[in-house]
Write a protein that binds this ligand. Structure first.
Ligand code: FAD
Ligand code: SIN
Length: 524
């Protein structure tokens, strides 16, 4: 049996919900989420949303900062679009009920982050994402049944209706609670499935960020771009009991100082902007210092600020540090870099269209050209908002073509798995090898080693995948293996160091900046 909708949205973060909310005026929308509907990176975003809202700020300055961070690889039209439409999209969020922190005179209290020449980060203390997600979900609930949520439903593969001109016609979806695969048909499918931090052993990302959208789009034949540019956030809490907890860049925006374990500062040796240099530079500097000193972490010192200010401005970080025995008002916070953001993704135009008709991509899963080789801090929530809006018109055009029918999922001779340990072992191996060989600093030798191992693992996973009944873990394992391979392949093709891709074998910048674009060859 199949479910029919006017649009199928894979993901319930800022991108998926913003799109669903706007498209609901024109048709019925299904929103799939792998876990509870609020669970995704959006919900954990701390720093805020970058946009030109201060009287002394200009679009030109935000454009310039984005292009500089992007190291020559941003698409200028994507940057202009995003920056110029940002303020309007943020006002819409406020109109939906999002409550952002205000300063004197009821103006937004604007934060500062690395690579920004001005204070331009709209935030809700240090819980910006939670507030945005809350406001969007509550607005979706007001849509009187035009938006249907399917929680704990994982899209497994896109459906290509080849007899209808190779269009995407929806997706096969695993109902995780019932263990059944259902067919969702729609004339337009929107990937809004977020990033792929879980491909790495250490990440700030929640568990749902396993790169499913990129893997599904790739398997369906869409072009994937710039996957080598994985952004490592410089400051993730270093504590044995803290999993994934980010220490926001906004702390450095308030004067936080990075120190070695010995107390010595070091950023002055790496960049004139010191702690507020673009993220790739700060993460690389920390990596180099950890290797040089043999220490297991560096520290971020906030002790110059009064306790009441820290408690009011960063309540979540303050409380979480406290839970782990760290008093940030009195002692430096131990931090390490961790995989944070996928700058590449499914290649799209400025309206979210991929090169597979009927398939759009918005948010972190997409490569719009905004981020180039390195995303500027707090430009991601902005991108989700702006491009979801732009995609609505493209989706309306695509939704005029009926999706047609598709056969139901065929489980073949698959049997229940009796060796779950194989899945968890392979998960661990991929994440560890990506961390060790395809991390902040790369070499040809390390990439070649990662590729060899990944090719064997992919082969093994493929066999296992078709022989066993689908589980959520198996779906994700197949996807992280695919995405890891795409990162390695893209990294191997780039014969230079640019932005987030740094290799000891080609340390210089090539004279011409070019995107890495990969497309699966059609079946013979
Ligand atoms: P997400 O919010 O990640 O949502 C993805 C959705 O897709 C989820 O609902 C998930 O369940 C669903 N999904 C995934 N795969 C499937 C599947 N197979 N089937 C069904 N559903 C699926 N950016 C900023 O601009 N400012 C910040 O301050 C900031 N802070 C951050 C802090 C943290 C800790 C993290 C991790 C990221 C931060 N980022 C920040 C980045 C930003 O939060 C994300 O890039 C952005 O929220 C992505 O939004 P999204 O809608 O694309 O995806
Ligand atoms: C942060 O708060 O440091 C995260 C901001 C971002 O990823 O853009």
């Amino acid at each position: 049996m199949s479910e029919h909708f006017d649009a199928l949205v894979v993901g319930g973060g800022i991108a998926g919900l913003s799109f669903a909310l706007k498209f609901a005026r024109f048709g019925r929308v299904a929103v799939l989420t792998k876990r509870q509907r609020w669970e995704g990176s959006t919900n954990y975003a701390q720093g805020g949303i970058a946009s030109v809202l201060a009287g002394d700020d200009t679009f030109e300055s935000h454009v310039e900062d984005t292009l500089t961070a992007g190291a020559g690889l941003c698409r200028r039209d994507a940057v202009e679009l995003c920056v110029r439409h940002g303020p309007e999209r943020i006002r819409e969020l406020v109109a939906l009920g999002a409550r952002f922190s205000r300063g004197p005179g009821d103006d937004f209290d604007l934060g500062r982050e690395g690579g920004h020449a001005r204070r331009r980060i709209v935030h809700a203390q240090d819980l910006t994402g939670r507030e945005v997600e809350r406001a969007l979900l509550s607005a979706c609930d007001g849509e009187q049944g035009r938006i249907a949520f399917f929680e704990h439903h994982a899209a497994v593969d896109l459906i290509r209706a080849d007899r209808r001109g190779g269009r995407c016609a929806g997706a096969y979806v695993l109902d995780k609670r019932r263990g059944e695969v259902q067919t969702f048909l729609a004339p337009v499918t929107v990937l809004a499935s977020g990033g792929s931090g879980k491909v790495y052993l250490y990440t700030t990302n929640p568990d749902v960020s396993t790169g499913d959208g990129v893997a599904m789009a790739w398997r369906a034949g869409a072009t994937v771009a710039n996957m080598e540019f994985m952004q490592f956030h410089p400051t993730c809490l270093f504590h044995p009991q803290a999993r994934n907890f980010l220490i926001s860049e906004a702390l450095r925006g308030e004067g936080g100082v990075l120190r070695l374990r010995s107390g010595e500062t070091f950023m002055e040796r790496f960049h004139p902007l010191r702690e507020l240099a673009p993220r790739d530079i700060v993460a690389r500097a920390i990596d180099a210092e950890l290797k040089r000193t043999g220490d297991d972490c560096v520290t971020l010192d906030m002790t110059h600020l009064p306790r009441p200010f820290l408690m009011e401005r960063f309540p979540n970080i303050y409380a979480t540090c406290r839970e782990h025995g760290i008093d940030m008002a009195a002692q430096p916070i131990p931090v390490v870099p961790a995989a944070h953001y996928q700058c590449g993704g499914v290649a799209t135009d400025l309206a979210g269209r991929t090169d597979l008709p009927g398939l759009l991509a918005v948010g972190e899963v997409a490569c719009t050209g905004l981020h180039g080789a390195n995303r500027l801090a707090s430009n991601s929530l902005l991108e989700g908002l702006v491009f979801a809006h732009e995609a609505v018109e493209a989706a309306r055009e695509a939704s005029s073509v009926p999706p047609g029918e598709a056969p139901d999922w065929d489980p073949g001779k698959a049997v229940d798995s009796d060796e779950q340990v194989v899945v968890s072992h392979n998960w661990d191996e991929i994440r560890r090898l990506m961390w060790n060989y395809v991390g902040i600093v790369r070499t040809d030798k390390r990439l070649a080693r990662a590729r060899r191992r990944l090719e064997l693992l992919r082969e093994e996973i493929r066999g296992y995948y078709w022989d066993h009944r689908l589980t959520a873990d198996l779906v994700e394992l197949r996807n992280i293996a695919e995405v890891a391979w795409l990162v390695v392949e893209s990294a191997s093709q780039r014969r230079e160091s640019r932005g987030l891709h740094y290799t000891l074998d080609c340390p210089r910048l090539a004279p011409v900046a070019a995107e890495t674009r990969l497309k699966k060859p059609p079946k013979a």
